[in-house]
Write a protein that binds this ligand. Structure first.
Ligand code: ATP
Length: 603
């Protein structure tokens, strides 16, 4: 298929506001693509060259893209830049200039195939060292010459790392099911495979071959991250024992989670959002190499900053300073990390996902030759106790909190590891904040209002946040936040939002007309929000149910939605993907617990 055809699909999807139509459009596209093309087209649709964990980045600066454009179209730089400043979207301006050029018949586009464009983009991402910049500018320039105006618009958004067509990975999985079966019924099979092997390209390739058996058989592989399992929450030791009986209790470290992949001396580290972050943590890589005793393994742990002078752990705000792309060696010295291992997913080539936790944990202990000395080792085992005594758990919890940790994790002895799923096999019990809610809520930033008064200077006065409804694959609102941010946080929020602003409401957003915003933001920014309480509100769509009105003219609110009372920003969660924000089901559960409502009540 020609890239120009694919660009037409980009355009159709971008304009579409119905998720169902997007799914059907994608399914139709999959039908038309060949086996060789389908993976590449999917990566390009998601604005990348490979799956999420593929470290190849395009991310060219606007300046370089402008240079390529000027070179390709022989236009005056100042005129082009002026127009760009007016419009704000390089893709659109390039499309406009290219259209003008076409009228003058200056260029006859070559109309390359998807595979040709993809291969050029791979070359672009690989270029490094001396002369790399001019190589990239030349290559992009010839692509701009070869492609038609609409294709140029999307090409530029891809190389800038700004293509967000407004569907989720789940939409693609649904579309694959539509493609094979004409309905959503195969989604559970695709989803299960995706959680163990989150490469949409590979899954689509197998689907295209019609090899459903191979999709069902997908197993974890070293160097392909597994989507991480997540924990449920409770707020007392008594409830934990009621739920799990005798269980394994570990401290809950407040750092960041890493999934470690090891094979024959090579180490790769993946973050929660599946990014390959190996280069950021050379101290952990060294620690793993030194300590590991087998040829092949996948395990998980929490990395946390440690102060060797005081012998204490650092708060999250300090640990997180290690997440950086520059000055890595300097930071290794200033802020050494410890990795507390707590899970084993693959051991000597065998998947451990289906084994009971107690077995995984015992094997994990055999994985390293550890001295258990926090001053000597970088990798340590998370300590544990096994108990069914609520008092002992409560004491362990108090002790963890007094050491500056977040609380405890309780784990079901027989529980399996369920990739990508929030499960009662793991329960977190965190020190409570001053609010009535026992946990913070991760939300997606969906849009913002321009500021008035003092805020006018920031250009942002409030932002709309939502949670994820995984049944409908939509984001639904819970709050509009207009207070509680420092000046610096407002500026940061505006900056981040403007990277992803879009003229129309994304198709995955379900928003009441009273909650409309001045500027919509594509699904990209995740924030952790602390609120005093969850209340009900007819203008928020999380968990809201509608019914036909008596006159039959329109729908009216049957059950109001969930809303956050006194929400405030805790931090940006760059380690989470949009679909990983808190779900409506969790919000409902939190509401039910605080209010003590019975399960039968209409929620
Ligand atoms: P989630 O969506 O997984 O709940 P979160 O980061 O908001 O994400 P947390 O409240 O921090 O959730 O609880 C789960 C996280 O706790 C894990 O993802 C992991 O990073 C961290 N953690 C710390 N110590 C442990 C431990 N001993 N066992 C498992 N996870 C731990």
């Amino acid at each position: 298929m020609k890239f120009s055809r694919l660009a037409e699909y980009f355009s159709k999807i971008e304009k579409e506001s119905s998720r169902l139509v997007i799914t059907e459009t994608l399914a139709e596209l999959f039908k038309k693509l060949s086996e060789e093309e389908v993976d590449k087209a999917i990566y390009l649709l998601t604005g990348r060259l490979g799956p999420l964990y593929d470290p190849r980045e395009l991310g060219l600066a606007e300046k370089s893209v402008i240079s390529s454009t000027i070179q390709a179209l022989s236009v005056d730089r100042s005129i082009f830049v002026k127009r760009f400043k007016e419009v704000g979207d390089l893709g659109e301006v390039l499309q406009e200039f290219k259209e003008k050029g076409r009228q003058q018949l200056l260029w006859a586009p070559k109309d390359p195939e998807i595979i040709e464009v993809y291969e050029d983009l791979v070359k672009l991402s690989k270029a490094e060292g001396e002369g790399a910049m001019s190589f990239k500018i030349n290559l992009l320039s010839s692509l701009i010459q070869a492609l038609d105006p609409l294709s140029c618009k999307y090409l530029v958004r891809i190389v800038l790392g700004k293509l967000r067509l407004g569907f989720s990975d789940m939409t693609i999985l649904d579309a694959l099911s539509w493609f094979l079966k004409g309905d959503k019924s195969l989604r559970p099979i695709f989803e299960k495979a995706y959680h163990v092997y989150p490469d949409l390209g590979k899954i689509a390739y197998l689907a295209k071959k019609g090899d459903l058996k191979a999709i069902e058989r997908i197993k974890p592989e070293v160097f392909t991250p597994i989507i991480m399992m997540r924990a449920e929450r409770l707020s007392s030791a008594k409830e934990i024992v009621e739920k799990l009986g005798e269980c394994i209790i570990e401290p809950k470290y407040d750092g960041f989670r890493l999934q470690v992949h090891y094979k024959n001396g090579q180490v790769k580290l993946f973050s929660r959002n599946l990014e390959d972050v190996t280069f950021m943590y050379p101290d952990i890589v060294e620690g793993v190499k030194k300590e590991i005793t087998v040829k092949e393994a996948i395990f998980e742990g929490e990395a946390i900053g440690f102060d060797p002078h005081s012998g204490s752990f650092l708060p999250f705000q300090e640990t997180v300073q290690r997440k950086r792309k520059y000055d890595i060696e300097k930071m290794v010295k200033e802020l050494p990390l410890k990795l507390f291992a707590f899970e084993l997913l693959l051991f000597k080539g065998e998947s451990y996902l289906e084994k009971p936790f107690i077995e995984r944990r015992r094997k994990l202990e055999k994985l390293f030759k550890l001295t258990g000395d926090i001053f000597k080792d970088t990798v340590l085992l998370a300590p544990e106790i096994i108990t069914s005594d609520p008092e002992e758990i409560e004491l362990y919890f108090e002790d963890a909190v007094s050491k500056g940790l977040e609380g405890i994790m309780a784990k079901r002895k027989e529980g399996v590891y369920k990739p990508g799923v929030r499960e009662w096999n793991w329960i977190k019990y965190k020190r409570s904040y001053s609010s009535k809610l026992e946990d913070t809520i991760d939300c997606l930033v969906m849009g913002y209002d321009l500021g008035k008064g003092k805020r006018a200077g920031f250009g942002i006065g409030a932002f709309l946040v939502g949670v994820y409804d995984n049944k409908s694959d939509k984001f639904v609102t819970v709050a509009k936040i207009g207070t509680g941010l420092t000046d610096e946080e407002w500026r940061e929020m505006k900056k981040r939002c403007d990277q992803f602003k879009t003229k129309t409401k994304p198709a995955l957003y379900d928003v009441d007309k009273n909650m409309k915003v001045d500027v919509w933001v594509k699904p990209a920014i995740v924030v952790e929000i602390l609120a005093d309480e969850i209340t009900r509100s007819p203008v928020h769509t999380a968990g809201r149910k509608l019914k036909p009105s008596k006159t039959g003219a329109a729908l009216e609110v049957d059950v109001p939605g969930f809303a956050l009372r006194f929400p405030r920003l805790v931090r940006f969660r760059d380690d989470k993907r949009p679909e990983e924000v808190t779900t409506v089901v969790e919000i409902r559960e939190m509401y039910r617990k605080v209010k003590g409502k019975s399960k039968k009540e209409k929620l």
